[in-house]
Ligand binder design. Structure first.
Ligand code: 4AD
Ligand code: MG
Length: 463
């Protein structure tokens, strides 16, 4: 008998159909002469109710084993359910228990657990309704991202995780060392030398695949990356991870306008696709996590984003009838409170802020004609703040060399990057989308640690 997915049976299963399901018990209810268990296999939030009658082989023994958390295989026939809220249920003819779960010790109880508590049992939390819904939405979102770019013939390029360059120039790097544990002396009193470099050179975990994506865009025109990136910033906030996933399209023959257009079209596409693929999960977030989630998605799908320059943004913040913790002044970076004011309170939709001061942005961003600003853009989302950071890149060799030096970097380290400006340079642009931030935005989840299966932050990296 083929195992069937519960989501499929709940939607299309017919009375009298013989089925076999496999999954984990969510609840057990014993009554006189029969019992109900609800089984979930992760295919959706919904459980399939299974009826165990006392004529089931080894009924008493099975009943003792099928506690919350146990893994089971149930074969039987579907019957119309007399209970409210469900169309069908499964009348079991045989139950195989793969693994029991001691009800005294199993940490997931029927009550609602706090997200803090669930983070302490990261190996079990995906079996809860909320985290289950999050990771299905995360999957649908990843799928939509690939679909969006593949439909537009962008090439998915794989950029390295170990790299010699600090793309953002912010010094937030984890270093990689070739310490070989086989060579480590076994005695306790011998100190381990962690300062060894990567086979005699400096190497880091990548903060962004952009520079390498630019290399590939100079051959394939339109490319994108989608992979893990690392930041050694000691930020314990609800929006920062030490390891997060980033999506980075890079387009040759493209300017800042084209970059902003793509970012907007891209966000609209992935929201639409997730709403179509995960309607029940999105409904759940709207009911249980944040009641603005569906309206926000509709807003993104149906309305243009606001577009303003950094200079306009400063003027608007200066006019705001409220006090900010951080000062508002031209030349200073926007803080999260400023970003949220613009997107959440003022415009009530995503805002694209462009042309930031040269002094606060990375070396590779194209210098504007006034030489005061660069062709950068950030997409700011209500509740989250920055979800996308991008720019038109500096394609002029002399200007780029000047910018690299002015940031205290050595042009020789970036000889290959400068070569791209020596041989067939073109205007080009791209952006980076913080994948976890967009999943957070979509689901309304308050903490970024709850939208990635295994969060790495300065305070947590359990396994
Ligand atoms: O703005 P960032 O630093 O831009 C870049 O890395 C560019 N090289 C991208 C490009 O143009 N190809 O990072 C891009 C996005 C941010 O907007 C944010 O959403 C996310 O990455 N991000 C983080 N997400 C989680 N935790 C962190 N510590 C993050 N830092 C950045
Ligand atoms: Mg940024």
């Amino acid at each position: 008998m083929v195992t069937q997915r519960i989501v499929e049976l709940l939607r299309n299963g017919q009375p009298d159909e013989s089925v076999t399901i496999k999954g984990w018990v969510r609840t057990k209810r014993e009554l006189k002469g029969f019992a109900f268990i609800e089984v979930n296999d992760g295919s959706s939030m919904a459980n399939l109710q299974v009826v165990l009658n006392s004529d089931l082989p080894e009924y008493e023994a099975v009943l003792k084993q099928v506690n919350t958390g146990a893994s089971v295989e149930v074969t039987g026939v579907l019957v119309e359910s007399p209970a409210k809220g469900q169309r069908i249920e499964l009348k079991a003819s045989s139950v195989k228990v793969y693994g029991e779960a001691d009800p005294e010790k199993y940490p997931l109880q029927k009550k609602r657990h706090s997200f803090e508590f669930l983070r302490e049992i990261g190996h079990l939390r995906s079996r809860t309704n909320t985290l289950g819904a999050v990771f299905r939405v995360r999957n649908a979102c990843a799928n939509a991202i690939h679909q969006f770019f593949q439909e537009r013939e962008f090439l998915w390029v794989h950029t390295p995780i170990i790299t010699a360059s600090d793309c953002e120039g912010a010094g937030e790097l984890f270093t990689v060392t070739n310490l070989n544990l086989k060579d480590v002396p076994k005695t306790d009193n011998q100190e381990i030398d962690f300062s060894q470099d990567f086979f005699g050179r400096r190497a880091y975990l990548t903060v962004s695949g952009q520079l390498e994506a630019e290399v590939m865009a100079m051959a394939f025109s339109n490319v994108y990356t989608f992979g893990p990136t690392f930041r050694a910033e000691n930020s314990n906030t609800s929006r920062h991870l030490a390891e997060f996933w980033m999506v980075e399209p890079e387009m040759a023959f493209c300017d800042l306008q084209g970059d902003m257009d793509l970012a907007e079209e891209f966000l609209r596409y992935i929201f639409k696709s997730v709403l179509e693929k995960c309607p029940e999960d999105m409904e759940f977030f709207n009911q249980r996590i944040d009641n603005t989630v569906l309206a926000t998605a509709e807003n993104i799908i149906n309305n243009q984003f606001e577009r303003i320059t950094y200079t306009d943004a400063i003027a608007l913040l200066e006019k705001a009838d409220r006090k900010f913790e951080f000062p508002v002044e031209w030349g200073a970076d926007l803080q999260s409170e400023h970003e949220r004011y613009l997107a959440e309170e003022l415009f009530k939709k995503p805002v694209i802020v462009s042309n930031y001061p040269v002094g606060i942005k990375a070396f590779y961003m194209r210098l504007d004609d006034d030489e005061k600003t660069v062709s950068a853009m950030d997409v700011l989302a209500p509740k989250i703040g920055e979800i996308i950071g991008g720019s038109q890149r500096e394609e002029r060799l002399d200007v780029l060399e000047r910018r690299i030096k002015s940031q205290g970097m050595n042009p020789e380290d970036l000889w290959w990057y400068l070569d791209l400006r020596r041989y067939g340079t073109v205007p080009h642009a791209g952006f980076g989308l913080g994948f976890e931030r967009v999943v957070q935005f979509m689901t309304g989840m308050g903490n970024i640690r709850d939208v990635i299966p295994f969060p790495r932050t300065p305070l947590s990296a359990e396994f």
